[in-house]
Design a protein around this ligand. Structure first.
Ligand SMILES: [Zn+2]
Length: 274
């Protein structure tokens, strides 16, 4: 049984910026009762998320995925203008590894997966879709939610998930059409996870107001997407979004917290949160 009150559904705890003080960062999560799903994007971050979730059972949970950039890079597509060099790994082996982890109940979600029109060019879209579908199917077949990236390909990504009849979806940091998002949220009961930058972001702030609270979860995308640019983000910062949501929805923070927990339980009925 775990003892937490809030959950960051999308963070990258394997990021190098946490390498020197990850234990302190998780200690702070424990003291503030903030749980975190550490999302994988490549071979080493998938392995890391599993290790961290094993070490901090009940406060850190593991999700595994392959980021579209890493997938395409390992399919031999040249990737230009990236601020980092992607890890080299065997794509098929990694898909097998994720599949096995799902079957063995070692992970609670598939993510980060999805499609990207920001770093990747149009000639990659078909291949992106193929990998995305294969990874999404692992989630669907094992009753695991999908944590989905859709930067600059939001409509396309939603359409692929619709065709797959994906029952459990968390759209992370969704910056597409707000009406479309709300339609999908209602129709399929999909979730949208809001980052801490939501109050200052033109589209996300509108999305947060228009979405029913029953379709909202919180995320940080740590270490990225902090309100203060250039400062490392950490999971405990989701507490700030709790304040914001309470104002936007006109209900108390305690009520928001309770609804977010209910939303979580709907998607993750097998995770014992006491
Ligand atoms: Zn991310």
């Amino acid at each position: 049984m775990s003892d937490w009150k809030l959950l960051d559904v999308h963070a990258h705890m394997s990021h190098v910026s946490f390498s020197s003080d990850i234990d302190e960062v998780i200690s702070e999560c424990i003291s503030k009762q903030v749980a975190v799903i550490s999302n994988g994007t490549d071979k080493s971050s998938n392995q890391f998320s599993l290790k961290l979730a094993t070490k901090y059972k009940g406060i850190v949970y593991s999700a595994m995925g392959i980021y579209p950039v890493e997938a395409l890079y390992n399919m031999g597509y040249p990737i230009e203008d990236l601020s980092y060099s992607p890890e080299q790994f065997d794509l098929e082996d990694q898909i097998d590894f994720i599949n096995q982890a799902a079957k063995d109940h070692k992970i609670i979600a598939i993510g980060e997966i999805g499609m990207d029109g920001h770093s990747l060019k149009e000639d990659t879209y078909d291949r992106q879709e193929e990998v995305f579908i294969r990874l999404a199917r692992i989630g669907i077949d094992n009753d695991l939610p999908l944590i989905v990236h859709s930067r600059k390909m939001e409509s396309k990504t939603l359409g692929v998930l619709e065709k797959l009849h994906a029952p459990k979806v968390i759209m992370h940091c969704f910056c597409g059409n707000v009406s479309e998002a709300c339609e999908y949220a209602k129709k399929y009961n999909w979730m949208f996870s809001l980052p801490v930058t939501t109050p200052n972001h033109s589209k996300l702030s509108v999305l947060s107001k228009r979405l029913g609270i029953e379709n909202i979860l919180l995320e940080t995308d740590s270490p990225y997407l902090n309100i203060e640019r250039g400062v490392r983000n950490t999971p405990v910062n989701i507490i700030k979004t709790l304040n914001y949501l309470s104002q936007v929805k006109g209900i108390s923070q305690a009520q928001v917290q309770e609804i977010l927990l209910t939303n979580f339980k709907k998607l993750f009925p097998h995770v014992d949160i006491g």
